[in-house]
Ligand binder design. Sequence first.
Ligand code: PLP
Length: 391
Amino acid sequence: MSHLFNTYARMPIDIVRGEGAWLYDITGKRYLDAISGIGVCSLGHAHPRLATAIAEQAATLIHTANIVGLPLQEHLGDRLAEISGLDRAFIANSGAEAIECALKLARLHGHARGIERPAVLVADNSFHGRTLAAISASGNAAIQKGYGPLVEGFVRVPYGDLEAAETALAEHPEIVAVLLEPIQGEGGVRVAPDGYLAALRLACDRHQALLMLDEIQSGMCRAGHWFAHQHDDRSRPDVVLSAKALGNGVPIGACLATEAVAGLMQPGSHGTTFGGNPLACRAALEVISIMSEEQIAARSQKTGAALRQQLEDGLSGHPHVREIRGRGLMVGIELNEDCGELKADALARGVLINVTRGNTIRLLPPLIIDNEQRERIGQTVIDIVHKRFPA
Ligand SMILES: *Cc1c(COP(=O)(O)O)cnc(C)c1O
């Protein structure tokens, strides 16, 4: 009997080691990783530079709590400001905690405006994490089930529907912030329509609402830019959430904000014991350096375009394939029926893939995959779809 909570439907393999885009099980069999620990290990596994930085830091200083000055945390704040265009960072340990920070900022912003019961506009099919507030913000009944009463103060609209969002903002003066993923990840790799975020920026300005973008999955070069919203420079968010690939596997999250929004919090307003410790900050700093020196964003764009083209060539016109979409190496293939069994089909061919929302194959391979690995991932997906769903 396992002594662990039975909270995960795990694949039937035991992974003990990784190298680049490869994972090795206890018997030594290798698998090509096309999911990166759900968009986390974007630089691949056991990256030598990152491993050295982490080992050095572990032998120097892991943790002191935020009761003293931490130069590595300051330095990480500087780099995050550079890559996001925002001014300040609160460093947390996970995506859900970064979301919590953003939701608390929204409430502070509302109260500062004299709104007693502030609300946040969120989207259908969104995913923001598993804390009570994060599941309340998420548009996913399955992860909320059984956990009521949920946190109140959310107004929900269909994703990508500008008119619905503008109507909600007009009808609900209590809305003080809009929280959205620029590309919905768990929601099936749905890319925001062109101009949607830019128009929401203007709508938020009209209603004194904050534009808060959850880039936990879509950020850190995954979608071909440091952050997916940078695809359109008119998006200009007030708050950006990062986590997942930020530490390449070392737990870390960040809530990035403008000077004005970050200024809503003072000493004592918010905190975390582990958040921003030297080990996690050193890892994130090394990740940012590697991504910047090796131009990983451009590489993600290029490899992603090639992968989508390969999938289009091999699958378009297939009667069960509804749409192939994504940006950079955040790729979704929506079928017109449930296809969870494809995970096992891919595994049998030595490739790890993921299926989300029941009917959408999600590919989030390490951004460092080479052409041969990209071809193998693409061909595997094409083969298993044809095999399981003969045209
Ligand atoms: C994974 C994810 C989260 C939650 O991050 P955790 O680190 O698991 O708490 C939030 N938002 C999005 C878009 C995510 O993909």
